[in-house]
Write a protein that binds this ligand. Structure first.
Ligand code: HEM
Ligand code: HEM
Length: 329
């Protein structure tokens, strides 16, 4: 058995102050992530109501400059799709702000590059959305949905990487490798489920529903195991507790919304039917909540890799903490 210093009684095991932490970039990253999530919902509504082609051109809207187009009198489909475009542009502006802030105030070179990458990603996301319309491509619609989730996950990752905890000295904990492998594989499974969900949602394929449901069991089992493990060892890995608890709640909500979506879509025969408000909220909620679930998996994984260190008394235990990662970078 492994004997570990108790951080409450052993002052040596206490955190070092978070040297190098700067609140500015962290605040901007949080604001950007919080601002991005509703876009998943608004984009999701476009898909739920099947109005992705309501505005047939891009980057113009019916030949007009998209920022000057008067969409208030427009039919619902055009209103929804155009609002989504404008919101996308606003997220783009926010991302520029984030990049400038990282370039100016974050001392780490690789963080500056991540700021640039965020801008490239948001532009790519907009172009994908635009070409989904120009080419009238369902495949691009599905890809746009999947990359949107990844973009949101990336914005949340920036929050962790700029956070105070990331700058604190990694704390030794038992079985660090286990937490790392469990959280990373959980992240992988959730993203795989997001990809399957997009296949299901955009193609309405019954096989996709079967595979998505089977994977749901796996995701449920795996994430529950992670959450229970962290909860049982919370004194040893307090850094993981908030993300694990959030993951547990989001997982239950996700399964409930998934079952709700399936119920409302029955008999799943591919025939288009009018979308009720309840169906729109449940189906789009399932899609957008998946973004939050993914975000909790991102936070958990980053924390397990960056904020926990292997214990010296375990031969071969992984000892990389955030600071070591910084040194490598
Ligand atoms: C930051 C930028 C953007 C993000 C994060 C984003 C996100 C999303 C999301 C999450 C969906 C729902 C996908 C699904 O349910 O599977 C969606 C749908 C859509 N987005 Fe975006 N979007 C962005 C920008 C744009 C832009 C600039 C356009 C320009 C035309 C666009 C066009 C569309 C269209 C047409 C759909 C509906 C696709 C369908 O037919 O199902 N998006 N978007
Ligand atoms: C366990 C975790 C789950 C995750 C992470 C997840 C994720 C997703 C995502 C992200 C989408 C939409 C993808 C997109 O449009 O981009 C989706 C669609 C869907 N999921 Fe899940 N899902 C889960 C569990 C379930 C369960 C248990 C069911 C119940 C059978 C379910 C049923 C559905 C249905 C019916 C759709 C299509 C909804 C529509 O067409 O509007 N999901 N899922």
């Amino acid at each position: 058995m492994n004997t570990l210093p108790d951080s409450k009684t052993n002052p040596d095991a206490d955190f070092e102050p978070a040297r190098g932490y700067r609140p500015g970039p962290h605040r901007v990253a949080i604001l950007a992530a919080v601002f991005t999530w509703p876009l998943l919902f608004v984009g999701g509504l476009v898909t739920t109501y099947k109005v992705g082609m309501a505005v047939p051109d891009w980057p113009q809207t019916f030949g007009a400059n998209m920022f000057l187009y008067n969409f208030f009198q427009a039919p619902w489909g055009v209103f929804g799709e155009h609002t989504h475009r404008l919101y996308g542009a606003a997220v783009g502006l926010f991302t520029i702000l984030l990049m400038v802030d990282f370039l100016a105030f974050d001392r780490r070179r690789w963080m500056k590059w991540l700021g640039v990458l965020a801008l490239v990603a948001v532009i790519g996301q907009g172009v994908l959305g635009g070409y989904r319309v120009r080419l009238n491509s369902t495949m691009l619609a599905a890809i746009h949905g999947v990359t949107a989730q990844a973009f949101f996950g990336f914005m949340v990752a920036l929050c962790v990487l700029t956070g105070r905890g990331w700058f604190a000295k990694a704390r030794p904990a038992a079985d660090v490798r286990k937490y790392r492998s469990l959280s990373a594989s959980g992240l992988f499974l959730v993203y795989a489920q997001v990809v399957l969900g997009a296949w299901l949602r955009h193609y309405g394929d019954f096989h996709a529903l079967v595979v998505h449901s089977i994977l749901a069991f796996l995701v449920f089992g795996h994430l529950s195991a992670v959450v229970i493990r962290v909860e049982r060892h919370k004194a040893d890995v307090p850094e993981l507790l908030p993300a694990a608890r959030a993951m547990g709640l989001l997982l239950i909500l996700q399964i409930a919304l998934g079952i709700g979506a399936w119920w409302l879509l029955r008999p799943y025969d591919g025939v288009a039917r009018p979308v009720t408000l309840l169906a729109a909220l449940v189906r789009t909620g399932h899609q957008a909540n998946a973004g939050l679930l993914l975000a909790s998996a991102v936070v958990l994984t980053l924390r397990a890799f960056g904020q926990l260190a292997g214990t010296a008394d375990r031969p071969g235990s992984a000892g990389l903490g955030a600071r070591d990662l910084e040194a490598v970078a």
